[in-house]
Design a protein around this ligand. Structure first.
Ligand code: UN1
Length: 511
């Protein structure tokens, strides 16, 4: 079927109904939601006002006061049920992600799988919120650490992972004893409505099984910047986790620290791969192709800079050009498509202007043009491969589109310097079979990013690891490892079980 003949409004309605969202939630409102697949409207939910947002945060705070008293493994049970709902809804929710964001089918489903995975992780964690016991210098004393729930956790998420990012934060926040308030991207409120409905279903089952859960434990706020600002400025939100551009983080970060709130910032990436002389080029080709063209270049972990050693440049780059020329671009809902549309016209304009700048800087551009398919308001592009003489101009910025800048290198230490010379620090990778190069790359003097991989691309992280990056990426960590600690407050407790009162550091104070 041609793209312009697709009726995604009807399919969206059917999916939302299947996922438990009433029509009043996504029709008749002021927020016009279009599918990037067709460029046509698929829903119009109502928006919350700033004053409604304030009331919602107060209510979420009340929920927190109750939820923090529920034992953590019981809180885990709620997240387990959420995982079950997500498993049952995987096909429908994955499809809705594909329609609302334009992801290919396997990536839409993969996003939901990521939600299921973090639920499983959080359930296990709900019995492992460990603190240390610490040797004390005072006799008959015990010193320990306790981890306590923190409060309302604000979640601001971006369009490109419209539901997974909520789950990375919410699954942890909930087992840690917090309530959550979520403001999704204005571009993707429909998948958010679906997730909220699934959460409510899980909550109902939890209560039916005898679980104690307050109202307003998880709140969804649909709206624009004003609603996000309420969350950022509200004194009863001690933590806000925000995913988006560096420009957004520059506003949000200082406003949170101004009121001494915590932030988890997941901002821009400008991720690179270094292709060394000993790299397995077949594997490299696949790794680069997925990381650079997958999700139409709209992941924060997308591969954007490629440094290729001069000895393999002429072997690899022509093969890459071939892959760029032949990759299937089109309807992401159709089997076989690898590259779906850009999110909107603005993304297309940004891509074209980056390519213009690259040309002006001496870049040789292959691809990058619009792929016409009759859908006037949808923006499909051929991914662009740009051979650059050096790392300047647009190469230093994140353009949220499939542009891969390719540069030749000679010296390993020099390429490491170049690798780290951009302001962003999210993800990175090296393709090599030389143990010294691989180990150097992941060592203290290697990649300066939060994620550094060997023989795989920079995108496609699993939830088990802590996710996030350094420098202008914002420094936040979400998801696996000990990222949970950011969602709790630590108390150091010292207990005297003796009959004397020895003071620390030998201080005498006899009254
Ligand atoms: C993002 O693009 O916002 O590593 C995050 C990945 C995904 C997460 C991307 N698991 O590509």
């Amino acid at each position: 079927m041609t793209i312009s003949a697709l009726d995604l409004a009807t399919e969206t309605k059917n999916l939302l109904t299947e996922l438990g969202v009433g029509a009043d939630r996504y029709t008749g409102g002021s927020l016009r939601v279009t599918s990037p697949v067709t460029g046509k409207e698929i829903g119009a939910p109502k928006e919350h006002s700033a004053s409604e947002a304030k009331i919602a945060i107060e209510a979420a705070h009340k929920a927190f006061l109750e939820w923090r008293a529920v034992p953590a493994p019981k809180r885990g049970e709620l997240v387990r049920l959420l995982g079950e709902e997500l498993r049952a809804a995987k096909a429908a929710l994955g499809r809705l992600v594909s329609i609302e964001v334009g992801k290919i089918t396997s990536e839409g489903l993969g996003e939901v799988q990521e939600m299921i995975d973090i639920c499983d992780f959080a359930v296990g964690l709900s019995r492992q919120l460990y603190g240390l016991t610490i040797a004390t210098e005072r006799s008959e004393h015990r010193m320990m650490e306790s981890w306590h729930p923190l409060g309302v956790v604000g979640i601001i998420s971006a369009f490109n992972f419209p539901v997974a990012v909520w789950s990375w934060n919410a699954a942890l926040a909930l087992v840690c004893g917090n309530s959550t308030v979520w403001k999704p991207s204005e571009k993707t409120p429909l998948t958010a409505l679906a997730v909220q409905a699934l959460f409510e279903k899980a909550l109902k089952r939890f209560v039916a099984e005898g679980g104690v859960a307050p109202a307003n434990l998880s709140t969804l706020l649909i709206g624009g910047r004003d609603v996000g600002e309420v969350l950022v400025d509200h004194p009863k939100a001690p933590l806000v986790s925000a995913t988006g551009s560096t420009a957004m983080g520059r506003v949000v970060g200082p406003r949170l620290s101004q009121r001494f709130a915590r932030s988890i910032l997941e901002l821009g990436g400008n991720n690179a791969a270094i292709i060394c002389p000993t790299a397995d080029l077949d594997l490299t080709l696949r790794g680069v192709a997925f990381s650079a063209m997958g999700t139409a270049g709209q992941r924060c972990t997308t591969l954007r800079r490629l440094f290729v050693h001069e000895s393999v440049y002429d072997k690899l780059v022509p093969r890459l050009q071939k892959a760029y020329g032949s990759v299937s671009i089109g309807n992401p809902l159709e089997a076989g498509t690898l590259v779906g549309p850009l999110i909107d016209k603005q993304a297309f304009t940004n891509m074209q202007s980056a390519l213009e700048q690259a040309r002006a800087g001496g870049g040789k551009v292959t691809g990058g043009e619009r792929v016409e398919n009759g859908a006037a308001d949808a923006f499909y592009v051929r991914p662009a491969l740009v051979e650059m003489p050096n790392q300047t101009g647009p190469v230093e910025h994140e353009t949220f589109a499939p542009i891969l800048y390719v540069m030749k290198y000679t010296d390993f230490d020099q390429v490491l310097d170049l690798h780290n010379a951009v302001p962003q620090g999210l993800s990175s990778s090296i393709f090599t079979n030389d143990m010294r190069e691989a180990e150097t790359f992941v060592s203290a003097r290697g990649s300066d990013c939060g994620i550094a991989n060997v023989n795989l691309g920079p995108s496609g992280a699993e939830i088990g690891g802590a996710f996030g990056g350094e420098k202008e990426t914002g420094g936040g960590r979400e998801s696996g490892s000990d990222a949970w600690r950011a969602y709790m407050r630590r108390a150091t407790n010292t207990v005297n079980y003796g009959k004397t009162l020895p003071l620390a550091q030998g201080v005498k104070f006899d009254v």
